[in-house]
Design a protein around this ligand. Sequence first.
Ligand code: ADP
Ligand code: MG
Length: 705
Amino acid sequence: MSEKINISEIFGQNVFSQSVMEERLPKKVYKELLKTMEEGKELNPMIAEVVANEMKDWAIEKGATHYTHWFQPLTGVTAEKHDSFISAPKANGKTIMEFSGKELIKGEPDASSFPSGGLRATFEARGYTAWDCTSPAFVREDAAGATLCIPTAFCSYTGEALDKKTPLLRSMEAINTQALRLLRLFGNTTSKKVMPSVGPEQEYFLVDRDKYLKRKDLIFTGRTLFGAMPPKGQELEDHYFGSIRERIGSFMKDLNIELWKLGVTAKTQHNEVAPAQHEIAPIYSMCNIAVDHNQIVMETLKKVAHRHNLACLLHEKPFAGVNGSGKHNNWSITTDDGINLLDPGKTPHENVQFLLVLTCIMKAVDTHADLLRESAADVGNDHRLGANEAPPAIISMFLGEQLEDVIEQLVSTGNATSSLKGEVLKTGVSTLPDFVKDVTDRNRTSPFAFTGNKFEFRMVGSADSIAGPNIILNTIVAEAFAEACDILEKAEDFDVAVHDLIKEYATKYQRIIFNGNGYSEEWVAEAKRRGLPNIRSMVEAIPAITTDKAVNLFERFGVYTKAELESRAEVMYEAYSKAINIEARAMIDIASKQIIPAVIKYTTVLADSIQKVKAVSEDADTTTQEEMLLETSDLLRDSRTALARLEEVTAAALEVEVGETQALYYLKTVKTAMDALRAPVDKLEMIVDKDMWPMPSYGDLIFEV
Ligand code: ADP
Ligand code: MG
């Protein structure tokens, strides 16, 4: 039996939370800090000094020897540089532990090796990290000991954002301002702050680490580059929500404990559709905290897996032909006094407000479908989107029957009132329909689905940071709110104006709504007819962020400058090219050093066996061996030819102009050559003696965890 776990005892024990601060800081200092957090003001250096000192003492009590500014550069993973608390020894040879206010609020890592997309020349390496005091510091325990991690934003010397956190905080500011304007129009005078709430559902695979170590493709690229399908796939769907095996259960237990200690509200866990695939979801929280926590979840998944001699694969498509992993970004908008703007509500005016919010979101999603699509683009996700296992690459919105009907009525008559089964919510406006709360059925094929009181953006990749998608969501919705408020604040008769606006938006942006099967061919054709963009790859999605439309949007709300957007595009093209280059080189390496030699050995065994059999009896029938030898040799030759081609184009790629042109070359030419090599190799895997095949098979990896 395992030891007893008391969640309430361990939850948040390694977090320098508000309650810890309240308990440990002088009252005045605590109040000042709270004010800074609530109003987003700059922290007074005197206060910072006191907070730093207390934070240090607390961390040292937890066993911390080092501290780090924990930040999120454009690589998509977190970065940290550790400093110990040690200071220069005194005359008596003793050292004291030091950590100043300055060290708390500002760090200066050498930024030159982080991607900046030309924002910062190498000789201007200076970059600053600044404490995001709305996200609490925490002590992380691992083999390196205990480290105080301070969540920070990362900027250049001239103030340009070099990370994902800074624009995220800016986008939260934008939606806060605009949503407050909207609430005031509906008579709300009490809410002081409006923040996006986010709950990401994280999918991942677990494989045995010893087998993982025998797969160079997994080690170098996070996905398998070769691999024939096992006799059994996921067709029985017996894994989904199936009972959790002991080894996995023990992993999940440790994972939860680690996460709870760090204040991450790990809530649900279950097996996913594919064998060896699982999911974890926390309880939703404020957007920037959810982003930080998701990074912690991804890091902790890897760490705890290692302890269990497992390897956690976060890649979107570790195994071709097997369902990949995504991350569902559940998103809503909440006030500091607990009102969810995406909740249809109970009273008529809330219902009208909801309809305005809903139609504003329709407008935002339709107007900026290209941006949303881009925000879900990463190298691995190209394998999923549009491949009948994840949403298509086309952005649409699922509202469910009920709401779609409401929109329909608004559009067709503008005066409709309907009486529907269930708990009918009155709009109180004779010309607006009443509707039933939350009778939405689920639609797994929709990229952006309304689920009762939140939207679920289901397109995001499992390995990606959720900062990007939330920056886009916050900003595009802020814009729609701003434009609605511009009109409504000037209106003479608010009721009439809001009714007209809801009807106008519902009509104009109705094309973005689709409740049918998003995986179907008909939808692709229908979407084309509606003029909705279908952007098939990451490389083709990138230009969306530097269009005039995007630059205007982001500059208007102070989320990104034009230079910051251009730098991000550059970083993404480069990231794509680098990733495919590594995959191609890994394939070349594995094919030349492992697969081709193994196949040659096998053909030798076949040839020997033919001779040996014939030596016993000239009349023996060796046609089977001969046919197999021929087939194997043919595939071997095909592999060798495809390998030569891949070598050629991979070398040529380096000569192509860096940026979009090179990324497109990798997409169109190198990837095609990779597929051409994989095909004969996967066929060979089905023929060659299993004992001679140089790496564990798909079956070994996903059925024997
Ligand atoms: P599902 O049935 O899709 O798994 P859940 O209710 O389990 O839905 O929620 C999935 C995620 O959505 C969880 O992280 C949950 O905390 C989060 N979530 C629930 N309500 C909201 C909300 N109002 N805003 C944002 N996220 C939410
Ligand atoms: Mg869900």
